[in-house]
Design a protein around this ligand. Structure first.
Ligand SMILES: Nc1ncnc2c1ncn2[C@@H]1O[C@H](COP(=O)(O)OP(=O)(O)OP(=O)(O)O)[C@@H](O)[C@H]1O
Ligand SMILES: [Mg+2]
Length: 208
């Protein structure tokens, strides 16, 4: 577990694992305690980055090469960092971010060619910040995909890549968590919303 004083919290995990649901609940729980919270998401979280979000999440799964995709995600992340994340942290707020660089590491690095080194280099050059605490929502990808598909949105480029891909992504996230145990908390996300929320809050409280 991370040292106390954490303020930049990221949520990661396969599609449909409950990140957005739990991010919202976490925000409400922390605000109920009088804390000032900014809830944001990637790709997106600033005006420019939300425009880039549409380019990467909509359309044909083969629309971009893995390399182009990494550049688009990094460009979006840089704008998000400058305009949303850094100002909020500087103002003493807690930032809850629904996906961050670990999603890029897993999606583009582990599953779309051996580009992990490039991603880490770009991250160092252009972003230079890791989360204080990363909650990994771990669950059977089949269940996650069923949940995600039931939602019906146009943002299905990645979900359309199928179950095989989701299984590899789950393994990729768990590998990242094993490599950086000081910042990761792995949450069993295959349970009822309330049970997951209570584990999330315990992990966050321990790190704040
Ligand atoms: N613990 C749970 N049990 C059952 N259904 C859930 C649970 N958590 C979330 N859901 C539902 O599953 C769907 C996916 O949840 P959510 O959108 O929070 O996942 P996500 O991880 O943000 O997905 P994505 O990666 O695609 O953004 C939603 O319809 C949500 O209401
Ligand atoms: Mg979501």
């Amino acid at each position: 577990m991370t040292a106390t004083g954490a303020r930049f919290i990221t949520l990661e995990g396969v599609d449909g694992s409950g990140k957005s649901t739990q991010a919202q609940r976490m925000k409400e729980a922390l605000e109920a305690e009088g804390r000032s919270v900014v809830l944001t998401r990637e790709p997106g979280g600033s005006v420019g980055a939300e425009e880039i979000r549409r380019l990467v999440l909509e359309g044909d799964p083969e629309r971009w090469s893995a390399e182009t995709e990494i550049l688009l995600f990094t460009a979006a992340r840089r704008d998000h960092l400058e305009r949303t994340i850094e100002p909020a942290l500087a103002a003493g707020q807690i930032v809850i971010c629904d996906r961050f660089v670990d999603s890029t590491r897993v999606y583009q690095g582990l599953t779309r060619g051996d580009l992990r080194g490039v991603i880490d280099d770009l991250h160092r050059m252009m972003i230079g910040r890791e989360a204080d605490l990363t909650l990994l929502f771990d669950m059977d990808p089949k269940l996650g995909l069923a949940r995600a598909k039931a939602r019906q949105t146009v943002e299905e480029r990645f979900e359309d890549m199928g179950l095989e891909m989701q299984i590899r992504m789950r393994a990729g996230f768990l590998e990242l968590a094993a490599q950086a145990p000081e910042r990761f908390a792995v949450i069993d996300a295959g349970r009822a919303v309330e049970a997951v929320a209570s584990d999330v809050l315990a992990a966050v409280k321990a790190a704040l």
